[in-house]
Design a protein around this ligand. Structure first.
Ligand code: AMP
Length: 417
């Protein structure tokens, strides 16, 4: 075993997976930029206070943060997600609203690594600040659905809930607490511990022991104010009107404390249930204010790149794009001719590769095959002396031809098109 390997929960993304990764992000960018979203690139590192606002009662903040004191004595953390950074940036730069942003990049959470759960993982997401309108909720959710469709995924379902207004939510939390406390012995130890920190999260428990009590728990809908109920109705009506299928789940509470009103999750039918969320989001109308800004409504979602690609593998969709070059140059005269020819080709916009170290013809032809190129351009001593080159098709049974070096690039361009 080599002395150094990636740390637990950290992975190298190698070719060709890295090309698929990049393609994933560019498809996402295409979908959201066509709806008026612009990219924000926040730093990986922020003052710990930015993330503390996500809520002390969430594991993400209380247990999983990669935080440290830097050389300037600042307590900082690697971002565990990007919504808080986007809100911090909003407060700092005060852009005009609505501020429609998208992002892509890694986050860090000190979790127990397993399939679909890593300590460094990538997300793509959107956030909109400054709009209090249920039609926006529908737009945001629909864009998430649209993206999964574009990837070719058929087994991703949209699960929808509303947590009500903050007052509704806190009355509901009190009721939940009372419900669970009335039958504390029936709860698992883990859920009893969760109850002291965050009664809502008990609803997330997948432990069979907790199921009966959760089933009998009060439902959030009973606590909606008229405004919250009307908002949620409009979101549902909108989604039906534009043909975005969803299922309602009154138990969907989501891990982060800042959500209120609309919350949703995208779940992949092919993934194991503990890691089946490929994305999620909701409204977080109080977060900007918590970060020192003016009262500003916000909504967004984040999708896990790693997990979504696992779902793509399971469904056999969104394969890595072919990373083939157009031409592979085989030069048995020392390599200077290959340098000249590849340079000329690359300047003309062709994708060209070559072999090095003056290998044998046989070994260079093997490399040409492996490269996936459509053509090999072969230069031996005869061609060098005559200022010509041989064009040999590698993927078709067209005859090989010999052309003047001066016509080489134009000929390749012609046969490629
Ligand atoms: P969250 O920010 O917790 O709402 O997560 C949004 C999405 O990010 C999830 O649905 C997952 O797809 C992904 N995600 C969150 N945590 C991890 C992780 N530790 N490893 C891989 N993906 C993750």
């Amino acid at each position: 075993m080599p002395e150094f390997q990636t740390s637990p929960g950290m992975r190298d993304i190698l070719p060709p997976d890295s090309a698929r990764w990049r393609h994933f992000v560019s498809v996402f960018a295409e979908v959201v930029e066509a709806s008026g979203y612009g990219q924000i690139i926040p730093p990986l590192l922020e003052d710990i206070g930015v993330f503390a606002r996500i809520g002390d009662a969430t594991d993400v903040v209380s247990k999983e943060m990669y935080d440290f004191v830097d050389k300037g004595d600042r307590h900082v953390a690697l971002r565990p997600e990007q919504t808080a950074s986007v809100c911090r940036a909003f407060v700092q730069h005060r852009p005009t609203v609505p501020w429609k942003t998208w992002y892509a990049g890694p986050n860090f959470r000190y979790e127990r690594p397993q399939r679909g759960r890593y300590r460094q993982f990538d997300q793509v997401g959107i956030e909109v600040l400054g709009v209090d309108d249920p039609h926006l909720d529908a737009e945001v959710i629909a864009l998430g659905s649209e993206f999964f469709d574009r990837l070719g995924l058929r087994q991703v379902s949209l699960v929808l809930n509303s947590l009500g207004e903050p007052d509704d939510r806190s009355r509901y939390v009190d009721a939940l607490r009372a419900h669970f406390e009335a039958d504390l012995d029936a709860l698992s130890d883990a859920s009893r511990e969760t109850l002291t920190r965050n009664p809502l999260r008990v609803l997330d428990s997948k432990r069979p022991q907790d199921a009966p009590l959760i089933e009998a728990a009060p439902r959030i809908a009973e606590y909606y104010s008229d405004e919250a109920a009307a908002h949620f109705d409009t979101v549902q009506r909108d989604l039906r009107a534009i043909g975005v299928p969803f299922v309602l789940d009154p138990m969907l509470v989501r891990g982060l404390d800042y959500y209120r009103r609309t919350t949703f999750e995208f779940q992949a039918g092919t993934l194991e249930s503990a890691q089946n969320a490929v994305g999620g989001g909701g409204r977080y109308d109080g977060l900007v204010e918590d970060l020192g800004g003016p009262p500003t409504p916000g909504i967004g979602f984040a999708l896990g790149v790693d997990r979504t690609l696992l779902a793509c593998d399971d469904e056999g969709v969104f394969a890595a794009p072919a990373a083939n070059v157009d031409v592979f140059v085989v030069d048995t005269t020392g390599g200077a001719a290959a340098l000249a020819v590849t340079t000329e080709m690359r300047r003309a916009g062709l994708a060209a590769d070559r072999a090095f170290e003056n290998r044998s013809m046989k070994s260079q032809m093997k490399a040409a095959d492996r490269s996936g190129a459509a053509f090999a351009v072969i230069i031996g001593s005869t061609e060098l002396d005559a200022s010509t080159a041989v064009i040999r098709p590698l993927r078709s049974d067209i005859e090989q031809t010999t052309v003047d070096r001066a016509d080489l690039v134009a000929t390749i361009q012609k046969v490629l098109s």
